[in-house]
Design a protein around this ligand. Structure first.
Ligand code: NAP
Length: 305
């Protein structure tokens, strides 16, 4: 099995590469600014995916059996301001990936987002109608449509608020919060924004299973619904820090450029039915995340939850 992964240095890609490599598969890992660590069977290719000619050329030359298209411009406020660039990364590059996947007959997994929804309802099912309220969500939805309206074998995996340790530059809210909690410092977290925080290990395991099982259509793979505050409080408990360090904040306090959905949590019933992958409990996910964090820091030992 040969798998080409875009976004291999991101929050998802950093966990996906070791899982795919441990299955003995051959992996082509596309990155841009942050080189992923060397792993057996993994060929790293530096490529800015806005160079769509090189992107298509790479896929045509490598002829992968499956492609995980996880690269995206994920900075929600950045997308609102740098619209041309957001379109080129999230839309134009997706069209190129789809075109080349069709030529080499690869199964394409397009990783999408809960931000395709407006957040007025929450616990969205795959059959609910998207209605993005920011430019990031719009570009990701157009990417979905490009894949869905093609005649290739595809799956769209929507996920939410990914947390984990990334090899590259991105820290994400969970790592930021964990660092501060371990230093005994306060963390502000939103009481009025609901998401489905997703451990990158769960998402990576599900995608690895999908590469073999090849389900078609849209799947929601995510953790349980909770506010960002509830997530940060659970993280504090998991790491043995005082929960009082987690301070409530509200969406109206944020100096965001782009609007955010109020409740973009995802219903994962379909994915749980179709996949064997274990959807870990919050406690198990947090324990594994903290272990990943400690390992990356060079601190060993199991974590008690
Ligand atoms: N993070 C979340 O909470 C979240 C929630 C829902 C859905 N998603 C979706 O899940 C997928 C994975 O997200 P993530 O959190 O892993 O993303 P991330 O940590 O922000 O990483 C983005 C990845 O995309 C790559 N990338 C960005 N621009 C590129 C370009 N011009 N050329 C080549 N590569 C480029 C980055 O490469 P370099 O770092 O090497 O530059 C990096 O590997 C994305 O499709 C995202 O839309 C994410």
């Amino acid at each position: 099995m040969k798998v080409l992964v875009t976004g291999s240095s991101g929050l998802l890609g950093s966990k996906l590469l070791p899982i795919l490599s441990s299955r003995g598969w051959s992996v082509v890992a596309v990155y841009n600014r942050h080189e992923p660590p060397g792993l057996s069977g993994v060929k790293r290719v530096r490529l800015d995916i806005t160079d769509t000619l090189r992107l298509e050329d790479l896929i045509l030359k490598e002829e992968p059996d499956a492609i995980v298209h996880a690269a995206a411009y994920t900075d929600v406020d950045g997308c609102e301001v740098n619209r041309d660039y957001a379109w080129r990364v999230n839309v134009d590059a997706t069209r190129s990936v789809m075109r080349a996947a069709r030529v080499v007959n690869a199964y394409l997994i397009y990783v999408s987002t809960d931000y395709v929804f407006d957040g007025e309802k929450g616990l969205y099912k795959e059959t609910d109608t998207p209605n993005p309220i920011n430019y990031y969500g719009l570009t990701k939805l157009v990417g979905e449509e490009i894949v869905k309206s093609s005649d290739i074998l595809y799956a769209v995996v929507r996920t939410s608020a990914i947390y984990g340790v990334a090899g590259g530059g991105k820290r994400g809210f969970a790592v930021y919060a964990l660092e501060r909690l371990l230093e005994g410092r306060e963390v502000y977290a939103l009481v009025d924004q609901y998401v489905s925080p997703t451990y990158n290990g769960l998402l990576a395991e599900a995608i690895a299973e999908m590469i073999e099982a090849r389900p078609m259509g849209v799947l929601h793979v995510a953790g349980p619904r909770m506010s960002r505050y509830e997530f940060a409080a659970a993280l504090a408990r998991a790491v043995g820090a005082p929960v009082e360090l987690v301070k409530p904040a509200r969406m109206s306090d944020m100096k965001w450029v782009a609007r955010r959905p109020r409740d973009s949590s995802l219903d994962t019933t379909r994915a749980r039915r179709l996949l064997d992958t274990r959807f870990y409990s919050l406690d198990d996910s947090l324990r594994m995340f903290i272990e990943d964090f400690m390992k990356a820091r060079g601190v060993g030992g199991a974590v008690q939850v």
